[in-house]
Structures are given as structure tokens and as C-alpha cells.
Design a protein around this ligand. Structure first.
Ligand SMILES: NC(=O)C1=CN([C@@H]2O[C@H](COP(=O)(O)OP(=O)(O)OC[C@H]3O[C@@H](n4cnc5c(N)ncnc54)[C@H](O)[C@@H]3O)[C@@H](O)[C@H]2O)C=CC1
Ligand SMILES: O=C(O)[C@H]1O[C@H](OP(=O)(O)OP(=O)(O)OC[C@H]2O[C@@H](n3ccc(=O)[nH]c3=O)[C@H](O)[C@@H]2O)[C@H](O)[C@@H](O)[C@@H]1O
Length: 440
């Protein structure tokens, strides 16, 4: 099949590459000329395990192309995906300007019948706006070209994006014509070799499914963080409680790890957007609001533990930080707990030495560019030299089983604040450490 993907970020580039891997001819479009130029030179602008090899292979096989020209990309495409950002607007709702700008360009340039698939996470009713925007442009051109708008929300996780896309739990397709359902099924069938996992529905339900899925997962995390905070106060151990409740199949083990709060490009913005959607439709979403409030507070739980241990004024102190990315396996720092912790420590007069295997450039260039008291290190052990305590915020594999003798030798004080409960099993107190974790 001939496909165009508009927006070559995490979702667009991964989806486009995976469709190309299955033998489709895919053209990825972006308005960011630098990004397209890099891609054309074989430089992958994001870190995502396995992506670089797959992109290079499919470029070589002439299945994958890059351009800034949407009109050219859709000229012989049967399906065009919209995979641009839907960032949080000032009032918390999803900002649709990029999605609608793409819809307008599609209407201005399409030359033949098209299926327009929205893969961006968008408020319920957006497909109608996309349809109206395209139709308005066709009307201006006095064109009677046919098109359908489909909702196909994406459920991939950063750091595991290729695997999630190649072996999806399900593909949700919201459409209003058999032609659209059939074409989407043909496109995705190669991804279901054992049994098909299509879930077809109306467009609005598909749009809502995406928000409901992300908010459900965020709710599980905030719930567990709240349980952890109660555990600490009553002398229970959240690590044990997690195993105790997860063993119930109805609850399950996934997404109930207590930690330093959820970050990333999606949970924070999607929870907020769903709260706003409810509000705009006359419903106060109390539970969803609480999920957000618990998470906002959770991002500072480690800072509170530090203050409780060292006092309000941290001037003259240095903290070693392991992990900047919002989760392992990515260089993405959007809404990462590290941003909040670094700022809080800095506000209290402390200095920070930080190391992350992939996210240092992101931190320097964007998310911590205003931080004045941060030094970036080239290895995890360098962080420890001259630091008063170690803080773990991202559970990268290289942090999971470190040399505790080395840590103790290098740190000024043998103190560890573990924002991901990675060292619970290492009997750190017996090794002479003061050890602080979440929920114990
Ligand atoms: N990042 C993730 O893990 C997931 C994201 N999503 C959703 O997918 C959508 C995209 O997210 P990301 O890929 O993370 O965003 P991103 O910010 O990484 O990429 C978006 C890309 O769209 C480009 N763009 C903006 N306007 C354009 C236009 N008019 N024409 C062509 N390109 C344009 C930007 O330059 C950028 O490269 C969002 O709605 C997000 O909520 C859904 C599932 C997973
Ligand atoms: O819409 C999206 O963008 C995506 O959002 C999340 O994916 P992602 O944000 O990449 O990462 P997750 O693995 O879900 O982690 C999100 C945050 O929750 C935190 N988390 C996760 C699980 C857990 O048990 N505890 C916990 O604190 C992580 O540390 C991280 O900060 C969803 O998992 C994807 O299904 C969805 O497609």
C-alpha cells in the first residue's frame, strides 16, 4: 500500500517505519526541515531502541521516504495518517492547531480518493472538525473528491515503541464506512499473524478510548502512589503491598509500581485534557482531577524526603542524580520528575551532578536549560564524587545493580534516595547506607 504519514515524531516515525517494514511504500512528512534533512542523511532525531536500524534498512530498500512537501507525499497515497503533536493548551485542553493545519493542507493538495486517519490523541469530535476542514478546502477548489476520516489512536510506549507497534495488543479503528474499515484491516493484518486483534467502533468511541486508556493507566499509578504514601505513615511496605494486590488477576501487576510520579508527553497532558473535555460537557471529573493532584504532589516526594533528612536549607550541598529521562529507554524528558526535583533542590541552594545514558542533551538544550547549578557527568560513578547523597529517578538498566562499595567510597555520606524502589532487595541498611524509598 502507498501511505503518507504527516508528523515524523515518536509516533509518526515509528508507525511509518513499521508500515514500511511490512512492505508498504511510506513517505514521512514533517514541517521541520532540519528533522527531514537529518532523516535523509540517515540521522535519527530521537532515541528509540531498534528504530535506527529499521529506518536505514527501509530507506535502503526504497520503502521509506522523507519530505517536507505534504502535497507530493499524498499525491499517490491511499491512506494519509495525521501524527502531529496535540500539546496541552493554556487552559489544559488539547491544542488542535497542528492537526487542523494538516487537515487544511490535505484539503488543499489531495488529488484522489483518500482515507485520512487521525493517529494523534485528540478530543472527542475532532474527526468531525478534520472532515469539515478538508471539505471546506475541497469546496474552495470546487472538487468532488471523496475522502473518509478514520480514528486510529496509537497505544505505543516510548522505549518499547517498535515492539508495541509490531505486536499490538489491539488496533482500535473508528470509522463510518465499510471502505475505510476494509482498507484499515488490510493495512494492519500483517501485524496479526496468530489471530486478529482489531476492535472496530464508531469514531467518537475510538477517540474516547485513547483518553480512557491513558487515564486508566495514570489512575493505577496515582492510586499506588497514594497507597505508598499511606504505607509510609502506617509502617507498611508498598513493595509488599504491590505484590499482594497484583496477584489478584482483576488488578494485575502492571502499572502499579510506586515511584516519583508519572511523566512523559502523554499521561500528564491526556489526563488534563480529559478533565477539560468533561468540564466542557458539564461534568466535573473528580476522580480524574485527583489522579492529577496526586501525581503533581508525587513528583516532589523525593525532595520532601531530602528536606526531612537534611533540613529546608540545602545550600552548600551537592546531590548526585541518576536519571533525567521520564522513563528508561528514551531520551524524552517531557514532564520528567527530574525537572521538578532539580528545580526544587536548586531553589533550596543545592547543586546537582547528573548522569543519564541518553537524555543529557535534551536536558541541556531544553528542559533544564535555565538550571544554573547543574553539572552533567559522563558516567554514573562520576556523579558520586563530592556528592552528599545519591538520588535515583530513572530505572535505566545500568543503574539497577550498581557497585555499592564504589558508591559508598565516592559519596560524602552513604545516603541513597530511591525514587523507583530499585534497591529494595539489596539490604542497603546492612551495607551501611541510609536508604530512602517510596512507600516504606
Ligand atoms: N509519544 C508517544 O509515545 C505517543 C504519542 N501519542 C500521540 O501522538 C501524537 C504525536 O505525538 P509525538 O509523536 O510524541 O509528537 P512529536 O512532537 O514527537 O512529533 C510531532 C511532529 O509533527 C510535526 N508537525 C507539526 N505540525 C506539522 C505539520 N503541519 N505538517 C507536518 N508535520 C508537522 C512536528 O514538527 C513534529 O516533528 C500526539 O497527539 C500524542 O499525544 C500517542 C501515543 C504514543
Ligand atoms: O499515549 C501515549 O503517549 C502513551 O503513554 C504511555 O506510554 P509512555 O508515556 O511512553 O510510558 P509509560 O511506560 O506508560 O510510562 C509513563 C510514566 O509512568 C510511570 N510509571 C509507569 C508504570 C508504573 O507502574 N509506575 C510509574 O510510575 C513511568 O515512570 C513514566 O514516567 C502509555 O503506556 C502508552 O500506551 C501510550 O500510547
Amino acid at each position: 500500500m502507498n501511505i503518507a504519514i504527516v508528523g515524523s515524531g515518536y509516533v509518526g516515525l515509528v508507525s511509518g517505519t513499521c508500515f514500511a517494514e511490512m512492505g508498504n511504500k511510506v513517505t514521512c512528512v514533517d514541517i521541520d526541515q532540519k528533522k527531514i534533512q537529518k532523516l535523509e542523511e540517515g540521522i535519527i532525531p530521537i532515541f528509540e531502541p531498534g528504530l535506527e536500524q529499521m529506518v536505514l534498512k527501509n530507506v535502503k530498500n526504497k520503502n521509506l521516504f522523507f519530505t517536507t512537501k505534504l502535497g507530493e507525499a499524498i499525491s499517490d497515497a491511499e491512506i494519509v495518517f495525521i501524527a502531529v503533536g496535540t500539546p496541552m493548551g493554556d487552559d489544559g485542553s488539547a491544542d488542535l492547531q497542528y492537526v487542523l493545519a494538516v487537515a487544511k493542507s490535505i484539503g488543499e493538495t489531495m488529488q484522489k480518493r483518500l482515507i485520512v486517519v487521525d493517529k494523534s490523541t485528540v478530543p472527542i469530535g475532532t474527526a468531525d472538525k478534520v472532515k469539515a476542514t478538508i471539505q471546506a478546502e475541497l469546496d474552495k477548489r470546487e472538487s468532488d473528491l471523496e475522502f473518509s476520516v478514520v480514528s486510529n489512536p496509537e497505544f505505543l510506549k516510548e522505549g518499547a515503541a517498535i515492539d508495541d507497534f509490531m505486536k499490538p495488543d489491539r488496533v482500535v479503528i473508528g470509522a463510518d464506512s465499510d471502505y475505510a474499515f476494509d482498507l484499515m484491516k488490510q493495512l494492519y493484518s500483517p501485524f496479526f499473524r496468530t489471530h486478529d486483534r482489531f476492535i472496530t467502533m464508531d469514531i467518537r468511541s475510538a477517540e474516547m478510548t485513547k483518553y480512557a486508556a491513558n487515564t486508566m493507566l495514570a489512575t493505577k499509578i496515582s492510586f499506588m502512589n497514594e497507597i505508598a504514601n499511606i504505607c509510609e505513615r502506617v509502617g507498611a511496605d508498598a513493595n509488599m503491598v504491590r505484590i499482594g494486590i497484583g496477584s489478584d488477576k482483576r488488578i494485575g501487576y502492571s502499572f502499579i509500581y510506586p515511584g516519583a510520579g508519572y511523566g512523559g508527553s502523554c499521561f500528564p497532558k491526556d489526563v488534563k485534557a480529559l478533565k477539560k473535555i468533561a468540564e466542557e460537557n458539564g461534568y466535573k471529573a473528580n476522580l480524574i482531577e485527583s489522579v492529577e493532584n496526586v501525581n503533581d504532589a508525587q513528583k516532589l516526594v523525593i525532595a520532601h524526603k531530602i528536606v526531612k533528612r537534611f533540613g529546608e536549607d540545602l545550600s552548600g550541598m551537592t546531590f548526585g542524580l541518576w536519571g533525567l529521562a521520564f522513563k528508561p529507554g528514551t531520551d524524552d524528558m517531557r514532564e520528567a520528575p527530574a525537572i521538578y526535583i532539580v528545580k526544587e533542590l536548586e531553589k533550596r541552594g543545592a547543586k546537582v551532578k547528573a548522569y543519564d545514558p541518553k537524555a543529557i542533551e535534551e536536558a541541556k538544550e531544553f528542559y533544564l536549560k535555565d538550571a544554573k547549578n547543574i553539572t552533567y557527568c559522563s558516567s554514573k560513578y562520576e556523579v558520586l564524587q563530592g556528592s552528599d547523597a545519591l538520588i535515583l529517578l530513572t530505572e535505566w538498566k545500568e543503574f539497577r545493580s550498581p557497585d555499592f562499595v564504589e558508591i559508598k567510597q565516592q559519596l560524602k555520606n552513604p545516603i541513597i534516595f530511591d525514587g523507583r524502589n530499585q534497591y529494595n532487595a539489596f539490604n542497603l541498611e546492612e551495607k551501611g547506607f541510609e536508604y530512602f524509598q517510596i512507600g516504606k
